[in-house]
Design a protein around this ligand. Structure first.
Ligand code: SF4
Length: 233
């Protein structure tokens, strides 16, 4: 009983800390992306969710309404999740950077480094997700500290360590998947196409998320500074 009460208190403290972090990030002006956008798009969804979805950054529609994953891409993401029985309310959605890059260019490494060090890394530590979906190259490359693209990493489970509390590391299961914006540009559904592969990936994610199976294999990547240099000598 005491254990249950202290757990509830810890969860309440984590939620309060997450909400405070979200509020602080609304006023962020730490990188060059902020002057060119309408506002900081922080996150949306269930902070108690076991699933966290990380995209690249806000696009035109997200910037306009101040919410992540809206517009055509957001609607497609909803359909992808629903196709595997995952409700949007089962997830917490956020992005690697929180301000829309000019002309929707990919965020630059220094922008990603600044934004994630300030916000995403701390957010994940407070959320303590069981499963993370990294959508597209930017989120996948940042979270897995790799230069490899999502096309070669999708469909595999990776272990992602994060600091849940000082001196207390936890591990989430991370699955890279194609970004909905990419799928909108590649609408074919025949076997082997990005959409068909995503259908396979999201069913695997749902099965693990809902406790119907364990990942058969959790892959490890070589560190970034060795990536792409096998057999250097
Ligand atoms: S992109 Fe991130 S670091 Fe840059 S201003 Fe927006 S919230 Fe701050």
């Amino acid at each position: 009983m005491l254990l249950g009460k202290s757990r509830l208190e810890a969860d309440a403290a984590r939620l309060a800390a997450l909400q405070a972090l979200e509020r602080r990030s609304m006023g962020c002006i730490a990188c060059r992306l902020r002057p060119g956008c309408t506002g900081v798009v922080v996150a949306e969804g269930n902070p108690a969710a076991r699933l966290v979805i990380v995209g690249e950054g806000p696009g035109r529609e997200e910037d306009r309404v101040g919410r992540p994953f809206v517009g055509e891409g957001g609607a497609l993401l909803d359909r992808i999740l629903a196709s595997a029985g995952i409700g949007r309310d089962e997830a917490y959605l956020t992005n690697t950077v929180r301000c829309r890059p000019p002309a929707d260019r990919p965020p630059r490494p220094d922008e990603i480094g600044t934004c994630t060090a300030l916000w995403l890394d701390a957010q994940l530590a407070l959320l303590r997700p069981r499963v993370i979906l990294s959508l597209g190259n930017t989120a996948t490359q940042h979270l897995l500290r790799t230069r490899r693209g999502v096309a070669s990493l999708r469909g595999q489970w990776f272990g992602l360590n994060y600091d849940a509390a000082p001196g207390e590391a936890e591990q989430a299961l991370l699955m890279p998947m194609f970004h909905p914006a990419y799928l909108l540009r590649n609408p074919a559904r025949t076997p082997g196409t990005p959409k068909a592969l995503t259908w396979r990936d999201i069913r695997e994610v749902a099965a693990v998320l809902h406790g119907e199976k364990q990942p058969e294999h959790v892959a490890q990547l070589v560190p970034l500074d060795m990536d792409g240099q096998p057999g250097l000598f």
